[in-house]
Design a binder for this molecule. Structure first.
Ligand SMILES: Cc1cc2nc3c(=O)[nH]c(=O)nc-3n(C[C@H](O)[C@H](O)[C@H](O)COP(=O)(O)O)c2cc1C
Length: 194
């Protein structure tokens, strides 16, 4: 069974990105994916201190909810990250978790430990879901760069993205003609595509 970890990065519960995430997870589950959702704002995640404690071992010195999350980032067959744009990037809650992946960066790039394959032998893959209140060219480019680095560090291929500009008030994503169905389909695609 393909395991799918969904990260809700918004501090606004049941907001636009969480609605998208829920649909994507439902799509994955509809094809037998074993889904888990983590709301980052509900977890205790301290910032990376750049203590270099992980440099020799790939093990982070800070003991908090990232111990669990890092183990999941290493083993989940698929990752879904859902975050709105905050000041052109991911939310602070999301960035806290991403920065703590320095321990995984050490594993991959210094210790040469690779985790490319999912439990069924397929490539581990990730889906990025985002919304922003603004509409402008390149709106999602800074956030995409961060998420690409996150997925690469987890050894997860950046497989797909759904990015919706002009979505601001809580629940506004429901007024988009296709967004929720798109997210459901993307979740299905994530567990089926090779
Ligand atoms: C602190 C803060 C910063 C924001 N910065 C941006 C931004 O830089 N660009 C943008 O398009 N929208 C920005 N927004 C708007 C949110 O991305 C938008 O309201 C989004 O729909 C929130 O998604 P959520 O319901 O999943 O939390 C910002 C909102 C907040 C609260």
């Amino acid at each position: 069974m393909i395991t799918v970890l969904g990260l809700a990065g918004s501090p606004r519960r049941n907001g636009n990105t969480e609605l998208l995430l829920d649909q994507a997870l439902a799509g994955a589950a509809s094809l037998g994916g074993q889904i888990e959702k983590v709301v980052l704002a509900d977890r205790e995640i301290y910032p990376c201190r750049h203590c270099d404690g992980c440099i020799q071992t790939g093990i982070c010195n800070i003991k908090d909810d990232m111990e669990y999350l890092l183990s999941k980032f290493k083993t989940a067959d698929r990752l879904i990250l859902a975050t709105p744009l905050f000041f052109m990037s991911v939310t602070a809650q999301t960035k806290l978790a991403i920065d703590r992946c320095q321990a995984l960066w050490v594993e991959k790039y210094l210790l040469n430990i690779r985790r490319t394959l999912a439990s069924d032998g397929s490539r581990r893959r990730g889906l990025f879901l985002s919304v922003g209140g603004l509409r402008r060219p390149g709106l999602f480019d800074p956030a995409k760069a961060t998420v690409r680095a996150f997925f690469a560090t987890c050894d997860v291929a950046y497989d797909d993205e759904l990015l919706f500009p002009g979505v601001d008030s809580k629940g506004a994503i429901k007024e988009h003609l296709t967004a929720l169905q798109d997210a459901f389909n993307a979740g299905r695609h994530l567990v089926t595509s090779s």
